[in-house]
Design a protein around this ligand. Structure first.
Ligand SMILES: [Zn+2]
Length: 248
């Protein structure tokens, strides 16, 4: 079947760092506006651009990435960072153990020591966790002072309040409040349940759970192949040191 290109332009890919062609054969740019050199999609390029701009020393950082992808930013971080720790949550393995280079970690109960990670990276993960407050607090605990959680998450509710779609009850059963919605996943049965439809109030949820501030970065730059719906990148940063208002 022939699809007319919906969008096609030359530009410099933030991941490849060379001039490439960006092509979208379908109008849903978020999944289909690809770099023909590295195969990345816009949110992956937005994430790489945000890391480079906001944490220029990223190659020297201790980086933990939860549920990494097999292309784009994940591959670049893996290849170029001094200490890159990829993790997945395998329910049949002890937390903190490493198999075939992948560490077993549950975001809601990380085995990393306090103040040990420069950068936590997650790509479209936070809409799938059952206890986001625990996950945000664990991320905050394990970040070094000055460290950051840089991540993509689709803020589908925008200025409307975030909505809980599913939770786990006391008997460990999944309770659905909305019609179950799934995204593709590289492990398990290949699909991942959406637990929360987030809006911009995610920043407030993160502050309530961790005491850390979050900024939302929005990039629309076709010359870098960054254009799509739900393209925001979030940066939660741990303060260098806590001071009270009376100290100011
Ligand atoms: Zn590329």
């Amino acid at each position: 079947m022939f699809f007319k290109n919906k969008l096609k332009n030359k530009g410099v890919c933030p991941i490849c760092e060379i001039e490439v062609n960006f092509i979208a054969k379908q109008s849903w740019l978020r999944d289909f506006y690809i770099c023909t050199n590295c195969g990345s999609i816009p949110r992956e390029r937005a994430l790489m651009e945000t890391i480079k701009t906001n944490y220029p020393n990223w190659k020297q950082a201790v980086i933990h990435e939860t549920s990494p992808g097999n292309r784009g930013t994940s591959v670049r971080l893996q290849n170029e960072c001094k200490e890159y720790i990829p993790s997945q949550y395998f329910k049949d393995r002890p937390l903190g153990t490493v198999k075939k280079g992948i560490r077993c970690e549950n975001l809601e109960s990380l085995t990393f020591e306090d103040n040990s990670i420069d950068l936590h990276i997650s790509q479209d993960v936070m809409e799938h966790v059952f206890d986001p407050a625990k996950a945000f607090s664990e991320i905050a605990r394990t970040l070094k002072p000055g460290g950051m959680h840089i991540f993509t998450v689709p803020l589908v509710n925008k200025a409307n309040p975030s909505v809980r779609r599913a939770k786990i009850d006391n008997e460990n059963n999944i309770v659905h409040f909305e019609k179950p919605s799934y995204h593709g996943s590289p492990i398990g049965d290949g699909k991942s349940l959406v637990t929360i439809d987030w809006g911009y109030d995610i920043c407030d949820h993160i502050f309530q759970s961790s005491g850390l501030f979050t900024r939302i970065i929005y990039i629309d730059n076709i010359e870098k192949g960054i254009r799509a719906e739900y393209i925001e990148v979030l940066i939660t940063q741990k303060n260098q040191k806590k001071i009270s208002v009376s100290d100011l």
